[in-house]
Design a protein around this ligand. Structure first.
Ligand code: NAG
Ligand code: NAG
Ligand code: NAG
Ligand code: NAG
Ligand code: NAG
Ligand code: NAG
Ligand code: NAG
Ligand code: NAG
Ligand code: NAG
Ligand code: NAG
Ligand code: NAG
Length: 831
């Protein structure tokens, strides 16, 4: 590795003056609440944890949303020096919590015997503090040693909407926030939004649903009750509510209020104080992102509606003839026999031709990926259905498998909470893999999506008293999914685990693929939950071919990164509706820099393979050429993500947290710490940027602005048609001298598919004979006193140096000394 060094801030950034308005207003059904008072507080002997008994304050009838739970336990504890946990639950009954074996985490301490007089927790090792506020009703504050309140759940004067409410199917907790940009919130998803920074007066609903990402502000495919809060000088913390039930999160600008329809309040506060550290601390809890195979950073092509295997072969040939790199070819449900999982259409995608096609792809260093949906067709002659019945792995309702309807018609759904379903899934994947050796699996429709809405029982699970804003219209929780009263393994209700279905399927699929192939799995899932990044990549779902949708992809991708899923992309050129040449060209210019880069379109929209328009093809060759040259850099970011949880695509404030101008930026992002991507997001646009002030950048039709920050060294390789071929080329170092004169960077190398990598510090790289063949050095100042006539400085006095025909092995130190005109010693580089 090239050792990291302090990175100098010297950069340009761009800002578009686009205003977004967000629309859904909170509904104001007021809960009549009296709140709770502290009855007693005890601490454990270490003083790092306390437990309070809270009693309901008697008062006016509060039967709205059901009876209040009279007695609660509140615990607060330091779990690590950077993580404080606060839980509130029923003192007299066990309630639903995300099982430990699904999301492993420390047990709650339960041996508090020493009376505790202050209700305050602090720890010399931690910057975080906790204080119970024994007002009537009570409150609590999580803060920093400086005195700053991070989460202030003390009740506002006579305002019951700020009191703690705890009922069986309605939990409410509210925190005040510093007003007027005193806090900047990011996260709480999944939603399509015009602004990455949360805008006030929003109700953010979390209930996984098959709602197209073309819709703004509606609950989409994933549930992530996590936010990051950047305070004005860049000091950042994170807050996670670990709860799988449906909820509305109401953000008003100076207050955030959770309205949750089940489970317990299980809150984690992450001290930061930088955005990167918050991500490290959050993913330490929920699981670090899965490493992705090297090839998955190549370019992918898909479409719903490819007619047959010849059609697909034609697309592969189209890319080849146009000289545009294509790493992986995908097919949507078209390849299946009547949309049944793990089958091939015997007429249009027959096994023998498919096998030949996939072998040919593999021979050319390319990959093939197919879609799989969770619903198993009910069909007596379908062996997979029979094996599922026999293994008894379907979700039940009223004692029999629940029958829904998806693409193949009537279906049962495997219950991935059941360990036997994991075995069933692995076995089916193995059998299919023997038929057709696919390179990854794409799991769709796993919200769960259901084409029918079954009638509700009169259980309050099917019809909870508080209506979350499902679909923007407070639709029933069972709307086009499986009913909340359906039962999973262990008698767990769908009501409680609904939001976790896609997560559980990702986990099972990841484990199956690792087992069947012995290689690092590639799984792409639509539905996600807290911790999904440990198993799967994500794409943002069904967007549309519009300039707005293009713009929305940046907030969506940045948010997914905050949720611990760094491998993310949006359908390039738009999924629904017909795209057009200019939009598709601008979209590939941006999409070439998504961590996951795939063109995908809907059956009812026009074709949009990149070679169909000459101007799009030319742009694609340029930007994908740059992407492939950057592969070693991007892959190193993947390694950083999988070891530290830091996203690949990052908001600008990750590198410049103290610069408040970055907080509202939804139009640009960074790849890692060093590469700034400034796309054109409207058909009339011209990029604008600034260094202290705003600067106009040319944004010619065929290109996108990409900058490298001073002080960076970027490891690159050559352009090629596949990642495999690119990996065989010599390395090129792009060195940008920072103001300090020092630059640094790192590169991580392995074989790209091994399941778990270990850092060997150069030994592996040397064994592969990788060399640095050339370098470009930017940012050198010409010393005019020395008469170096052959060096031409640009108008700012900088000289660009190109070094070629080098043969430095990667893994050994080397030193470059330039000629006397411009003497510069480089740090020793060690890989
Ligand atoms: C309380 O329980 C925790 C976890 O079981 C243990 O580590 C700790 O030592 C216990 N403290 C006391 C005072 O018993
Ligand atoms: C009960 O309701 C009355 C009238 O709305 C109000 O004045 C009173 O403060 C309430 N009492 C409590 C304990 O909330
Ligand atoms: C409820 O829990 C509290 C605190 O542990 C206990 O004192 C009380 O006896 C319990 N009440 C019932 C009805 O179980
Ligand atoms: C940031 O501001 C807070 C006050 O809001 C202060 O306590 C803290 O020390 C500041 N941090 C830095 C790095 O300036
Ligand atoms: C509906 O609820 C009523 C009263 O709670 C009960 O008597 C009845 O059996 C329930 N009906 C069904 C279909 O569950
Ligand atoms: C689930 O509930 C059924 C019926 O109430 C009961 O017979 C069964 O033992 C329960 N199973 C588990 C694992 O709790
Ligand atoms: C796959 O699972 C089987 C059964 O658990 C096990 O015997 C085998 O070693 C696993 N293979 C791999 C590559 O993990
Ligand atoms: C540059 O690197 C050298 C050698 O590691 C170090 O001594 C020096 O302090 C660095 N300069 C700056 C400004 O970081
Ligand atoms: C690297 O070079 C050595 C010596 O020329 C050769 O034996 C070895 O096979 C090469 N390794 C690879 C992976 O090309
Ligand atoms: C240019 O080089 C001369 C001679 O080495 C040196 O004295 C002078 O400081 C240099 N100027 C700059 C701007 O680096
Ligand atoms: C570098 O190598 C290329 C091709 O191998 C050769 O044409 C060129 O002359 C070399 N340049 C130098 C400066 O040695």
């Amino acid at each position: 590795m090239i050792k990291p060094n302090s990175i100098t801030l010297q950069f340009l950034y761009v800002c578009f003056l686009i205003l977004f308005t967000s629309s859904i207003k909170a509904d104001d059904q007021e809960v009549i609440a009296n709140g709770y008072r502290v009855q007693s507080v005890n601490a454990d002997s270490s003083g790092k944890s306390l437990k309070a008994i809270l009693e309901l304050i008697d008062g006016n009838d509060s039967s709205n949303y059901g009876p209040d739970i009279p007695l609660l336990f509140l615990t607060a504890s330091f779990e690590t020096k950077d993580r404080l946990r606060v839980t509130i639950t029923d003192a007299n009954a066990t309630r639903w919590e995300i099982p430990d074996d699904i999301l492993p985490r420390p047990a709650r301490l339960d041996n508090h015997s020493a009376p505790h007089s202050t209700g305050v927790l602090s720890d010399p090792c931690s910057d975080l503090t906790f204080a119970l506020v024994s007002t009537t009703p009570f409150g609590f504050i999580v803060g920093r040693n400086s005195g700053d309140a991070l989460f202030n759940a003390t009740p506002a004067n006579n305002s019951p909407s700020t009191y703690l409410v705890f009922k069986d199917q309605y939990l409410q907790l509210s925190s005040s926030l510093p007003p007027q940009d005193g806090s900047n919130l990011y996260g709480i998803g999944e939603h399509t939004k015009g602004s990455f920074k949360l805008q006030p007066d929003l109700t953010l609903t979390l209930w996984n649903a098959d709602i197209g990402s073309v819709n703004t502000d509606l609950n989409l495919y994933g549930a992530h009750p996590f936010y990051m809060d950047v305070r004005p000088n860049g000091t950042t913390h994170g807050v996670s509510l670990l709860n799988s039930n449906g909820m509305d999160v109401v953000y008003s600008g100076d207050r955030i209020t959770y309205k949750v329809i089940g489970g317990i309040l299980d809150l984690y506060f992450f001290a930061g104080p930088t955005p990167e550290l918050v991500m490290q601390q959050y993913t330490e809890l929920i699981g670090r992102p899965a490493p992705m195979p090297y090839w998955s950073f190549g370019f992918h092509q898909c479409r719903y509606g490819y007619k047959d295997v010849h059609d697909v072969e034609g697309v592969v040939a189209g890319y080849k003839n146009a000289n545009i790199p294509l790493e992986a070819m995908w097919t949507d449900i078209d390849y299946m026999d009547k949309y049944k999982d793990f089958t091939l259409d015997p007429v249009n995608f027959p096994a023998d031709l498919m096998k030949k096609f996939v072998d040919e792809l593999h021979k050319n260093g390319q990959k093939y990926i197919v879609i799989v949906d969770p619903g198993i067709a009910i069909d007596e002659s379908y062996e997979i259905y029979q094996r599922g019945l026999k293994a008894d792995i379907y979700i039940n309702r009223d004692g029999v498998p629940y029958e829904g309807q998806v693409w193949p018609g009537k279906t049962y759904f495997p219950d991935f909470l059941n360990p036997a379903a994991g075995e069933f899934w692995t076995n089916e994947i193995k059998i299919f893999q023997d038929l057709l050796p696919v390179d990854g699996l794409w799991i769709d429709m796993n919200e769960l999506s259901n084409f029918i809405t079954s009638s509700a029982s009169n259980s309050s699970l099917d019809n909870p008293p508080y209506k979350i804003n499902n679909g923007g219209g407070r639709r029933p929780v069972g709307d086009r999914t499986i009913p909340a009263t359906a039962l999973h393994y262990g008698n767990v209700t769908e009501y409680n685990v609904h939001n976790m279905y896609g997560f559980l399927e990702s986990k099972a699929t990841h484990s199956s693929l690792a087992n069947v192939t012995g290689k690092r799995p590639f799984v792409l899932t639509r539905s996600t939950f807290v911790g999904t990044g440990k198993y799967s990549a994500h794409w943002t779902g069904d967007n549309a071919a519009s300039w707005n949708d293009l713009k929305y992809t940046i907030p969506s991708i940045l948010n997914t990164g905050l949720f611990g899923i760094p491998m993310v992309g949006a359908d390039i050129c738009g999924f629904m509706r017909d795209t057009n040449e200019e939009l598709c060209r601008r979209w590939i210019q941006l999409g070439a820099f998504y961590p996951f880069s795939r063109d995908h379109s809907d059956k009812s929209s026009g074709r949009q393979e990149l070679y169909l328009w000459e101007s799009v093809a030319a742009s694609a060759r340029g930007v994908l050429g740059l992407r492939y040259r950057l592969l070693p850099y991007i892959y190193t970011l993947m390694y950083e993500a999988s070891t530290k949880g830091v996203p690949i695509a990052r908001p600008l404030f990750f590198s410049y947290p103290a610069d408040a101008n970055t907080y509202g930026n939804s139009a640009q992002f960074l790849l890692g710490a060093s590469v700034l991507v400034s796309p054109v997001l409207a058909c009339w646009n011209r990029a604008r940027s600034r260094q202290g002030g705003y600067v106009q950048l040319d944004a010619p039709a065929e290109s996108i602005n990409v900058h490298v920050s001073g002080g960076s060294i970027i490891a690159m390789q050559g352009e090629a048609m596949t990642t495999e071929a690119a990996r065989a080329t010599a390395f090129h170092l792009l060195v940008v001298i920072g103001e300090s004169g020092n630059s640094s960077g790192q590169v991580f190398l392995d074989d790209g598919v091994i399941i778990e990598s270990r850092v060997l510090n150069g030994v592996y790289a040397l064994s592969q004979n990788w060399t640095v063949g050339s370098a470009t050095i930017l940012g050198l100042r010409k010393n005019s006193t020395q008469g170096c006539d052959q060096l031409h400085a640009d108008s700012n006095g900088f000289v660009k140096l190109e070094l070629s025909n080098l043969t430095f092995p990667i893994g050994k130190e080397f030193k470059i000394q330039t000629n006397p005109c411009q003497q510069k010693r480089f740090k020793r580089l060690r890989v």
